[in-house]
Every structure is written in C-alpha cells, then in structure tokens.
Design a protein around this ligand. Sequence first.
Ligand SMILES: NC(=O)c1ccc[n+]([C@@H]2O[C@H](COP(=O)([O-])OP(=O)(O)OC[C@H]3O[C@@H](n4cnc5c(N)ncnc54)[C@H](O)[C@@H]3O)[C@@H](O)[C@H]2O)c1
Length: 335
Amino acid sequence: MLSAVRRVATANSASLVRPLASMHMTSSFSTSSSAYAPITVKNITVFGSGLMGAGIVQVAAQNAFDVTMVDLNPEALKKGQDIITSSLKRVAKKQFPEDAGKQKEFIDTTMARIKTSTDSEAAAKNADLIVEAIVENLKTKQQLFSLLDKVAPEHTLFCSNTSSLPIEEIAKATKRTDRFGGLHFFNPVPQMKLVEVIRTDATSQDSFDALLDVCKRMKKTPVSCKDTPGFIVNRLLVPYMMESLRIVERGEATPEDVDTAMKLGAGFPMGPFELADFVGLDTMKFIVDGWRKEGKVDANLVAPVKLLDELVAKGDLGRKSGQGFYPYGGVGGKK
Ligand SMILES: NC(=O)c1ccc[n+]([C@@H]2O[C@H](COP(=O)([O-])OP(=O)(O)OC[C@H]3O[C@@H](n4cnc5c(N)ncnc54)[C@H](O)[C@@H]3O)[C@@H](O)[C@H]2O)c1
C-alpha cells in the first residue's frame, strides 16, 4: 500500500525502525540452513510490470542483475517498460548532469539487462530469485506460485512484495516454504531506500541471508521483520491514520488542523489526511477491513470509522478520484 508512507517513513521512522526490528529478530526463527546450498543471486524474474514491479526491475537492472519482467500481455509489459524508461532518464540526468553521452550509456546498459516475457513458465526456468508484484489477491498469488513451484529450479528463492497479505499463506501454495520470504519495497522504488525483509517461521537462514544480500546489492537498506500484519511501517502508520480519522469524527479538530499539527508539531512531512488521500481511502479501508477479519491486530486499533466508510462508498477516494479529504484540481492533480 502505502506508497505514501514513503515520506513519513524516510523522515521519521528510519531511526526507530532498525533498533525495533533487530530486537525482535530472536531465536524464535528457524536458524537451520535449508537443504539447498546458499546461493548468490544473479538472475531475477519479476512478476508484474505495474508500479511496483517496474520499479523493482529497474533498480535490479541498474545494479547489475539480469532481470526478466513478466506480465499477462504485451500491453502491460509496454506500460512497465515506459515507466522504467522515463524513470531511468531522470536518474541518468541526475547522475550525469552535463554528459549526454554518459546518460545514454547508462540507460542503454541498464535496459540491456532487462528481458520481458508473457510466458511465466519459461521466465521462471532461469531464475535464482522470483519477486512477485502482481495484484493484491491471495488466490491469484497462490495460483501463480503453485505453478512456479513446479517449473522453477530447486534452488530458486521465492518472495512476494505484498503489502497486506500474510507471506506464510502465500507460501503455502508451494513446497519450498524454507526458500520463501517477503521483500516489501516502497513506492516509488527507485527513490525509496527501505525494503522490509520478511521471514516466516519456515524461512531458512540461508534464504533470509540471500534476500538481505540482494537488497544491499540493490543499494537499499533492508530491515528484518516477522510475518505480521503491516510488517513495521504500515503496522504503525495505519492505526495512526485511523486515530486521526476518529479525532475528526468526534469533532475535536479539522483535517487541516490535524495535518498542520503533525507537520509542525511532530515534524512529519505530510499530515495523516494528506497521506490518506495520497494512498487512496479505498486502499486504507481494504487493509483495515482485512486486519479486522484476520483478528491478529488489537480490535480497537482497527475499529471501523464511519467517516472513512462513507467517503469510500461515495467514491471520494483521495487524489486518484479528484476528491478525498481535500479537493484535487483534476484527477490525481494537486490541490
Ligand atoms: N502500489 C504501492 O504503493 C505498493 C507498495 C508496496 C507494495 N505493493 C504491493 O505490490 C504488489 C503490486 O502492486 P502495484 O501497485 O505494482 O500493482 P499494479 O496494479 O500497478 O500492477 C500489477 C501488475 O500485475 C499484473 N499481473 C496480474 N496477474 C499477473 C500474473 N499472474 N502474472 C504476471 N503479471 C500479473 C497486472 O497485469 C499488472 O500489470 C501488490 O501486492 C501490492 O500490495 C504496492
């Protein structure tokens, strides 16, 4: 989800997140090595060429991995390629501001490392690591992994970029739960430094170490987390955003005043209502409803808020619909 968590995450949570994560990484995990020799990942196959998949492909290729990007049809792949091309142009200009030749060389070298495919089975055959960034639907993800489990080499590591589904549930569709984890990237992937690396009770130490290594080679900062709802960033942000809604619903303050308070009083780069509009109120509701149903998060933290439900029912979803807590001039446009 929370693409928008990015700003808050970078500005506020980086220093908190790491100590918390390391405190929790204790012996409750399996520290056993899997039966498969530790691997150094070279070839990565990414499923999904949307916002997240394209970003992951780009960052991997920029950092010398050979990458295959897979989607359901050529049109979706073309969209992914366009996302990558325009993002690479920006990165090249920033890295080599005065040198058009070097910019071109950087873009060409990166693009040469990227293949595309609509053939899931063929694309899995050469992968050391498969990163799944397809639609946020448990059944669809399970179906994909069940197929990939049958065709990918035994050593291949699997991971999901899911924001809200339990990794353990997705991994159940395979027979390689020891080689299965979560890599939760943040949007926009090329800019956001953080990756939450998720291990289930079954994830082997070798697999987990290999995932951490991949993040570092992508020049990201990994943090470790157990397979829990929202992992670290969203687990803290979602209840905070829900409580902000309750303050407004009780008539204690306006969205504008809450946003101003959190920006000027807590140093957050965005207020919770600006963040909710950025993320999408439907996405926020989807996550909260899912957590409530799952029952693993304190019920008070995810109790329904009428205001949110009403806005979603009306179709006021935030920036993407042109109206959320704030009006936006044109769909997705600025206030
Ligand atoms: N958008 C965010 O800010 C964000 C942040 C972190 C994590 N995530 C997670 O990343 C995942 C992808 O999110 P997104 O925003 O990139 O979605 P998106 O809708 O932009 O892209 C999903 C892509 O997956 C493709 N797809 C669907 N089924 C497929 C299949 N079987 N094989 C190959 N491709 C398939 C779709 O055609 C689409 O192009 C989700 O699990 C989401 O929860 C999203």
